[in-house]
Design a protein. Structure first.
Length: 137
């Protein structure tokens, strides 16, 4: 849960330059403009006018899901939505760049982890578990 949440938030940090500018080791985008260029590359089948909206929607989704997973609030729903988001990313990457790209970035592995998390009964060290414990007392 924490690894998935941090992974989403790290990707967002990259597109806002928080890991450094483009060209810095391990920085994929370095700014939102480069991220939108990448969004266009993997979504070449949609009109260019939609790309900024797709980039913003993906970013907002990653922020919300990342935070929900990190604190463990509505964990099951966040995990299912994360799997759906990662499936969407993986399919777009496959169409835009070929199947090797989502495999290199472990997109489908993250999706599988999200689906496993969604099937857990308890979420230790989470707000969900804290709420559950309070309801018992």
């Amino acid at each position: 849960r924490i690894a998935l949440g941090v992974g989403f938030l790290s990707a967002v940090a990259d597109r806002f330059g928080l890991w450094g500018p483009f060209g810095t080791p391990n920085v994929d985008w370095g700014n939102f403009s480069r991220f939108l260029d990448y969004t266009q590359l993997i979504n070449s089948f949609v009109p260019v006018e939609i790309i900024p909206a797709l980039g913003v929607i993906a970013t907002v989704a990653e922020i919300i899901l990342g935070l929900l997973l990190l604190v463990g609030w509505y964990t099951r729903a966040a995990a299912l939505l994360s799997a759906l988001l990662l499936l969407t990313f993986g399919v777009a990457m496959t169409f835009g760049l070929g199947v090797k790209a989502p495999l290199n970035y472990a997109v489908f592995t993250g999706m599988g982890g999200s689906l496993l998390l969604a099937n857990c009964q308890r979420f230790p060290f989470s707000l969900d578990q804290l709420k559950r414990n309070r309801q018992r007392t």
